[in-house]
Structure formats: structure tokens, C-alpha cells
Design a protein around this ligand. Structure first.
Ligand code: ZN
Length: 111
């Protein structure tokens, strides 16, 4: 259960990495937080995405990798980065499983 939460947290972090990597471009200000915090949108038609279209990996699979509005293909980079990030977050769990099974489980679960 703990690993699932960690995995989902990793997926979310990967989703955030995507946003940062895609929205950062030389012609836009690096310090434009409004740009970073703005709602995600389709790069093709500009449609603002709803929350259910922003669920890491799952939205991509449900929409078959296409924009719901214009049908433009969504880059595979999104789900791949999200998945990779999810697994990277799981790695420490396997390397330090004795530690995790001991006191750290209690720390993370709030016992
Ligand atoms: Zn679109």
C-alpha cells in the first residue's frame, strides 16, 4: 500500500517534470510563475485540459494518446516520463527495504 502511494506520488512528480520541461522555452521568461502554474492545455488547439485529462498515464491511455478536442497525438514523452518517475520513486523502497520495513514505515505512515 505504501509503495502504491509512493508510485502515485512519483507519477505526479513526473507529470510536474513534463509541465516544467515543456513550458520552459527560451522566448518565455524563466521566472514566469504564472506560466508554470497555469492550467495545462493542448499545444495544438489550445484547449484547456480538465482534471480528468491530467491524471498521469491513465488519461493518456484512456484517450489513446490523442487530444479529446482536436485529435492531435499527445507526445509519448508525457506517460514515459511519468512512469519513469514513478519507478524511480519506488527504487529506494527496494534498496532499503529492511529500513523501510522497520522504523521508516512507521515514520511514513505516521504511526
Ligand atoms: Zn487539441
Amino acid at each position: 500500500m505504501f509503495s502504491l502511494i509512493l508510485f502515485i506520488f512519483g507519477l505526479t512528480f513526473g507529470s510536474f517534470l513534463n509541465v516544467v520541461s515543456f513550458r520552459y522555452s527560451p522566448e518565455k521568461s524563466l521566472f514566469s510563475f504564472r506560466n508554470l502554474l497555469g492550467r495545462s492545455h493542448c499545444p495544438q488547439c489550445g484547449k484547456t485540459l480538465n482534471w480528468y485529462e491530467l491524471v498521469p498515464v491513465f488519461s493518456f491511455l484512456i484517450q489513446k494518446g490523442k487530444c479529446r478536442s482536436c485529435g492531435e497525438k499527445i507526445s509519448w514523452q508525457y506517460p514515459l516520463v511519468e512512469l519513469a518517475s514513478g519507478f524511480i520513486f519506488l527504487l529506494p523502497l527496494y534498496f532499503y527495504s529492511p529500513l523501510i520495513n522497520g522504523q521508516w514505515t512507521m515514520v511514513f505512515c505516521g504511526f
